[in-house]
Design a protein. Structure first.
Length: 342
């Protein structure tokens, strides 16, 4: 099986995990780093950013021409596009005419665009051109099947074993506060402000928070985004790890769903049927459905005995380790789906 993955090779890109594990399962995997090629067009200076924003010079033409050339050179069985902001629908049509099988995975959402980085018309207008869609969101999976009559596969997010840093709990000094790791949007600012207004102490790690009203609220401490080793340790250290969804994750789940419990973190997050599929409520994970329930659950967790908290941490990590929630497991799902497709 020859697979050409169209996606980033940056350190944060989950594409790298699929390159790694599909190769281990026996596929010949090649990568065309379309997002990274485009990145150079708007990352060097203000003038380049102006040219990119005004669409005078985006790099998209170069990328699409290069993809067609790469496909002809490699002749893959499957071309797997991650999101696909840089790929024109016309390019996908041309690839289909050349008898290439096309698959897609969008870690955001093709129809809910909340920022310039979460999607564009190329993504939205290309949904119906793929032969297979991997979807992390069950509702989106259903929508694509019904609207476009295209096969889909449920592909939840995961945690990466080689990235995970787990510290012996005996050496962890617990911080009995609420922690949030991520960047701001209006919803997150509102929910955290409500918690702070109710008197809860909150530590926030991320970029852009100093520009929000939270920077001036009592009991709130804002820190730079954590390094990956620090990220894992903070999941262990804090009594409450809050997981607040982006708009396109509502009703579904996100990476934090799996990362927090993987090291025994105490996760408090908004309820979704999907998250309830993965973890048992009030045993391995804690949900809120209303603002009032968020306040109550936060208070209960902070006041819970150390013995009870230790038991929850153990059960959450045990469930994560034993349930196939790693990227290696997700890649096997992809490999099997590709085998069926070809």
């Amino acid at each position: 099986m020859r697979v050409l993955i169209v996606g980033s090779n940056m350190h944060w890109a989950i594409e790298r995990y699929f390159v790694k594990y599909l190769s281990q399962y026996g596929a010949n995997v090649y990568q065309y780093v379309a997002p990274d090629i485009v990145f150079k067009y708007h990352s060097k200076n203000l003038f380049n950013k102006f040219l990119f924003k005004t669409k005078i010079k985006t790099g998209y033409r170069e990328v699409n021409r290069g993809l067609l050339e790469k496909a002809n050179e490699i002749k893959p069985d499957i071309i797997w596009v991650f999101k696909g902001m840089e790929i024109y629908p016309q390019t996908l049509k041309e690839l289909k005419q050349r008898q290439f099988k096309l698959a897609n995975f969008n870690p955001d959402h093709p129809f809910i665009i909340i920022s310039s980085g979460s999607g564009n018309k190329n993504v939205t207008n290309s949904v119906g051109l793929f032969d297979l869609h991997f979807c992390y969101h069950l509702q989106l999976q259903k929508e694509i099947e019904e609207r476009f009559h295209i096969p889909t596969v449920f592909l939840p997010f995961a945690y990466e074993e080689s990235d995970l840093v787990y510290t012996d709990p005996a050496s962890i000094i617990e911080i009995k506060k609420v922690c949030f790791q991520g960047n701001p949007d209006a919803y997150r600012v509102g929910m955290l402000s409500m918690l702070a207004g109710a008197g809860f102490a909150i530590d926030i790690y991320g970029q852009g928070w100093q520009k929000t009203k939270l920077a001036k609220l009592s009991g709130v401490e804002i820190h730079e985004i954590a390094t990956r080793p620090e990220f894992w340790r903070k999941n262990q250290e804090y009594r409450v790890q809050l997981n607040l969804f982006r708009q396109y994750n509502v009703g579904s789940h996100n990476m934090r769903t799996f990362e927090i419990p993987a090291v025994g973190g105490i996760q408090l997050t908004e309820y979704s049927d999907e998250q309830a599929l993965f973890f048992k409520e009030d045993y391995e994970i804690f949900f809120f459905r209303t603002k009032e329930e968020l306040l109550r659950k936060t208070s209960e967790l902070l006041e819970m005995s150390a013995e009870k908290i230790e038991s929850i941490r153990y059960q959450a990590r045990k469930r994560s380790l034993e349930s196939g929630y790693t990227f290696a497991d997700r890649a096997l799902t992809v490999y099997n789906a590709f085998q069926k497709l070809i």
